[in-house]
Design a protein. Sequence first.
Lengths: 406, 303
Amino acid sequence: MTNNDVSQGGFAEAGADLELVGISKRFPGFTAIEELDLTIPAGSFFALLGPSGCGKTTTLRLIAGLEEPTTGRILIGGRDVTATKAYQRPVNTVFQSYALFPNMTIMENVAFGLKRRGIKNADSLAHEALQLVELDHLAGRKPKQLSGGQQQRVALARAVVNRPALLLLDEPLGALDLKLRRQMQVELKDIQSEVGLTFLHVTHDQEEAMTMADTVAVMNKGRIEQMGAPQDLYELPQTAFVAKFLGQSNLFTGDVVTTAKSSIVVDAHGTRIEVPTDRAQRHNGRITVGVRPEKVTLHDSAPKADSSRNVIGPGRITDVSFSGVSTQYEVTVPHHGAISVFAQNTSISSLHHDGDQVWLSWSVGHTFGLADEAEGEPVSRFHADLDTSMIAVQSRKDLEAELEEA
Amino acid sequence: MAFTAFSGTAQAAEPAVRKRSPIALLLLLPGMFYLILFFVTPFFSLIITSLQEPDPLRFGEFNNAFNWQNYVIVIETYWEQGLRSIGFAALATLFALLIGYPLAYFIAITLRPFPLLQALGLVLVIAPFFISFLLRTLAWKQIFATEGPVAGILSSVGILEPGTAITGTAFSVVFGLTYNFIPFMVLPIYSILATFDLRLIEAGNDLYGSPATTFRTVTLPLSAVGVISGTLLTFIPAVGDYINASRDFLGSADTTMIGNVIEANFLVLSNFPAAAALSLLLMAFILVLVGFYVKRSGTEDLL
Ligand SMILES: Nc1ncnc2c1ncn2[C@@H]1O[C@H](COP(=O)(O)OP(=O)(O)OP(=O)(O)O)[C@@H](O)[C@H]1O
Ligand SMILES: [Mg+2]
């Protein structure tokens, strides 16, 4: 199959949509991606969030054609590209490891893709791209003579300059300081919306994902746990992993005791917590419900009974950290463990102190019910380590059992 | 000197430590001593010998003189063998590169996911060294012999007139040189490619470079140091080689190279000044050539 849109000079006039159908990727002895179905509409800014080692880079490599999927198909702009080679795909990647060509100058690096496609004014376009990342003055240097952050910006320019229908960004801003990072975010967003390109952006920075993307997907252990608009994902997480990974959450697990039309009530260690039915993923049995820390209010005395609010307490403040605009409290409530509360510093008198006895309340409408049950421990950001430690614990138990038998 | 191009690891070398310390000089002493004893001394002795003139009374004896005509005479007498040496060595280097580069690439890059096979590949490249160079060359003489298997097959298919010799031709000499020096080509290229970052190839492919283009623009320039080392390590010994072209091995009177001439002058004709003059000319030629080559290929830029 010969390729048309890549080898003929010229830029993508618009983004292409990307469709992954039943993609899985197995490495010898390890499944990196399991049954991934994903559709990214043309012209959208899609962010992929997830803990280290969950398969984000692998997903990008599959799309770029640097890795072959074990099963499934990849469609770009409606065309099945599963069998085509990387250099034939209308895709460019900003590599996590930069992968700049050490034998070429910065200028030659950036112009590389343009030259391969025989674009006439490659040099002037490359200079423009370098200006965009504020590195035009270093165009004549070799990559080795640049700092890490500068190299990262060259990697960004080298991919962006091609204006591909689909741009894959693997933590493209990870090495930059906050100011430059914000600035590059704005530039990226401009480029994306100007031409209407499709961006698939991998990042560890949830704030970056939420501010830039139209759609955010949270990935865990080779699966997409949940995806949607940033607000939806934040306000209504569906799994414990998402609730903990994206922002913070206070989770409570208990049995459903009352099921009404508009809401259900969960009994968590004697505390009744009400959840609107449409905000709960499951409606019977043992379920986990939660609330975001900034939705919770502190009270000095037991609040008056109010059917529109959930109340927990009394508990004791065990930690106060003041951060200017807001204060973060840790409240330990018997049976419920530590609960986080973010309070806006609207007046000085509202400040509570370490050791104070307090009650907590929040609006029923802010409660969410999860599809899975929260484990006792907080979700680790490095599940692989957790897995290995669990394997170690398990093998020790096995060994002990064996020794006892003997 | 230009010989830095030999070391495969030079690419990774950090800028030299600037500060001079007396300890460094002390550590250099044994090396200096070695060089003076085994290189500078024979070198001067060779210069003196090359300028000697025959003793008018005793045959085979020579007296110190400043007989520079020796150089003119050897050039006039042996220019043909000299040119042939350069031609044969250049051909052998070219063939060794054409065979050696893909081999080094295969072992260093294609076999990288399989360390065991990679080690095996390297052992196979080095294995011939376990057998004497002379024996191996003699073995080829047998294989290429008029009654040997190669001649047999070629004449039965009608490519070769029955009874035609393969040994003693330019082909067999160049073949022998290529065969004997391939490991010197493969190893330096391998050492560069073994540390080559494959992600650069992926980046090249991602930026619309076909495998061939990516090889030409990324892989090849980044392995040029290995190619330069390999070609020098092959060409230099090949120019002066006197085994392959010797009529006892793969050569004949028609394939005499400069090494054979030097050998004959030293050992058979006992014309020491001529042999010494030829040796020095060969050395000067190689030095000039290497200097020019390394400069032209801009190794500094590659490091
Ligand atoms: N070639 C390979 N062979 C075996 N396992 C691999 C290979 N490449 C990646 N993996 C594994 O697949 C998993 C996913 O890797 P991937 O690079 O996609 O993670 P990631 O989500 O990009 O992580 P990070 O955020 O740290 O970059 C990891 O557990 C990794 O160890
Ligand atoms: Mg990654």
